[in-house]
Design a protein around this ligand. Sequence first.
Ligand code: ADP
Ligand code: NA
Length: 330
Amino acid sequence: MTQPRLFSGMQPSADSLHAGNYIGALLQWRDLQATHEAIFCVVDLHAITVAQDPKLLREQTRRTAAQYIAAGIDPTLSTLFVQSHVPAHTELAWILNTITGFGEASRMTQFKDKSAKQGSDFTSVGLFTYPILMAADILLYGTELVPVGDDQKQHVELTRDLAARFNSRFGDTFVIPKPFILAESARIYDLQNPSSKMSKSATTDAGIIWMLDEPSKTAKKIKSAVTDDDREVRFDRELKPGVSNLLTIMSAFTGTPMPELVASFEGKGYGDLKKTVADVVVAEFDPVRARTLELLDDPAELDRILATNADRAEALARPILEKVYDRIGL
Ligand code: ADP
Ligand code: NA
């Protein structure tokens, strides 16, 4: 019985992933791998679209892969690999470059945001063509579903357009993928600034729950989370973004539906809420952290896992790429 194929990835752009990555991506991936033929990539080639420190990138790539595994991505069930280990990604990206319109690429809003954030600093053409590499990542595997956040939806649309264009010009080759949009309920916000999403690239650290932080640090951050002036524990994203964010995190970790969770805090205050959330988060991340450190302590074993998985990815990608070369006359 074949399962629908699914592809997703994250950039190795920090030492640790955070609660947003965990709830919005890893937890969902972990569930999806049971019902899909899942391919999970650490997209290091995407990470070099902004300036990198080579030593740090290598380290963060390994740490990210270890965190995927520690969070429950099973590298014998799913294909879990590092993007640059499979050269087919860059090979297909070049070919897709040649069928992408300049205007079409220029309409990608994430490039505008990211290049604006770079300020007057250097902006690479790689950052501009990033969505085309992402299209290659997806199309190389005959992917049907791409779990992404809202901000990546436009890139999946581009991927669909490129696949359809290639198919109509050169003959049926690519599967047209569909975005699998993350539920709004899985979106986690910055503890200090609950109107912006928790992000690896946030400018301050205080609002981010890192998966690999010491438990005491995590508890302290949660206890210092911004709330509001009334004292009622209630879910209301508009009026009570801080409290709602804490409730969302807790609901994701415990599986308790929101109304039930809110009811359990009746007559209790924000101090109780924060303490309970801190305990839940620490209990969830403690084993993930321990497992990550264990994996990083045995580099040979992690290398072996990543090499085996890169071979599996290569074996899936190569026949599709060969077909592409053939179709376009190379
Ligand atoms: P970051 O903003 O931390 O760099 P990425 O953009 O690399 O995160 O996203 C990696 C994955 O994690 C994506 O699947 C994205 O949807 C998910 N993700 C990132 N931040 C959050 C968040 N705050 N809440 C929920 N999911 C998130
Ligand atoms: Na599976």
